[in-house]
Design a protein around this ligand. Structure first.
Ligand SMILES: Nc1ncnc2c1ncn2[C@@H]1O[C@H](COP(=O)(O)OP(=O)(O)OP(=O)(O)O)[C@@H](O)[C@H]1O
Ligand SMILES: [Mg+2]
Length: 326
């Protein structure tokens, strides 16, 4: 990890007494008669990594677009960095960064040209740009590749460059909409190291992701489903508040056949693929033990079932919350 040069302005220090980075009340967006975001309330503390999770079409990007002042809500209030972003979007635009889901970089421009473009958007003075450019190139590990065409970079490098471009003006608050989508696990880890580094400098990060392992890296989370927040809190608060069932993890070479068998079992509430194994959710007071389930699977003719009880992951909580709200 490289150090930020001292002449580059730093974001303000964390201040426990300060107003939250984001504060939403009743925020609503409709498209025609469809409600994409349905009266959400949310407080995002400063200097933390906040994970905004939800399935496809649940309203994540629509929410971010309202918070960055690019989409007008139908109703409700949105305060961003203490400013009413609906009334005064221009007062916050320079203080925030946005790495969008669909478009972040010009593929036909070089690394350097992309950084220059974003610096231009924020009217960065030449000396500040020079310092920030150097910091970003080192951060993204792109020193020596300044003149390379962006489309020739692998997805992992491109996402790091996009992060650099979104932070070229040292924003206090950064919105990242599925920044690691399509990125391999090693590059995802490196990307998260960069996010931790930004957070340690006091930057607030608002991140959407589909990767449940990334949810566990966040200080706080909110789940949005069909435009409504169905859970929020720290990962451990969410686990303890929303998951009182037990999870049985089943390893079997017969995943395709065992899954429908589990779904049909009376004492299994939910069954789904989790990594390479299956998870079966049973009531907290269910007498079903791993040994008993192993016996039933073997008796049903499945080869080599191996069942253990495991603690609920954030993914388990999420799958069950969605199932309950469906
Ligand atoms: N401009 C628009 N006009 C009409 N409907 C829209 C518009 N933008 C979004 N929607 C709808 O609003 C809902 C929420 O969309 P949104 O893009 O916010 O979801 P998302 O949670 O970001 O999904 P994904 O994970 O796929 O990115 C979807 O049903 C989408 O089709
Ligand atoms: Mg989206």
């Amino acid at each position: 990890m490289t150090d930020r040069p001292d002449d580059v302005p730093r974001p303000p220090e964390k201040d426990a007494g300060a107003e939250p980075a984001i504060s939403l009340r009743g925020l609503t967006k409709t498209f025609g008669d469809f409600t994409a975001v349905d009266g959400i309330d949310l407080d995002v503390p400063r200097g933390q990594i906040f994970g905004f999770l939800g399935p496809n079409g649940s309203g994540k990007t629509t929410t971010i677009r309202m918070l960055t002042g690019t989409l007008r809500p139908r109703a409700g209030t949105a305060r961003v960095l203490g400013v009413d972003v609906v009334r005064h979007p221009d007062r916050v635009k320079r203080r925030i960064g946005y790495m969008s889901q669909k478009f972040a970089l010009f593929e036909d421009m070089t690394v350097d040209e992309n950084l220059r473009f974003y610096a231009g958007v924020y009217d960065l003075p030449a000396e500040r740009f020079a310092a920030q450019r150097e910091y970003v190139l080192r951060m993204a590990d792109l020193v020596g590749r300044e003149d390379e065409l962006t489309r020739n970079l692998s997805v992992g490098w491109r996402q790091r460059l996009a992060l650099g471009a979104a932070t070229i003006h040292s924003p206090e608050l950064l919105f990242l909409d599925e920044p690691t989508s399509g990125v391999d696990p090693v590059a995802r880890r490196q990307f998260w190291d960069l996010l931790y580094d930004l957070a340690s400098r006091g930057v607030t990060l608002f991140v959407t992701t589909h990767y449940m392992d990334e949810a566990a890296h966040c200080n706080r989370l909110a789940f949005i489903y069909r435009g409504r927040i169905i859970a929020d809190g720290s990962p451990s608060e969410i686990r303890s508040e929303h998951m009182d069932q037990r999870i049985l993890d089943i390893s079997t070479p017969d995943v395709d056949a065992v899954l429908p068998w589990l779904e049909a079992a009376d004492d299994v509430q939910e069954a789904y693929l989790s990594g390479a194994s299956l998870h079966a959710v049973v009531a907290a007071d269910s007498p079903l033990t791993p040994a008993a389930l192993t016996g039933r699977l073997a008796a049903a003719g499945f080869a080599r079932p191996d069942v253990v009880e495991v603690p609920a992951t954030i993914e388990d909580v999420f799958v069950n919350l969605v199932a309950r709200h469906r």
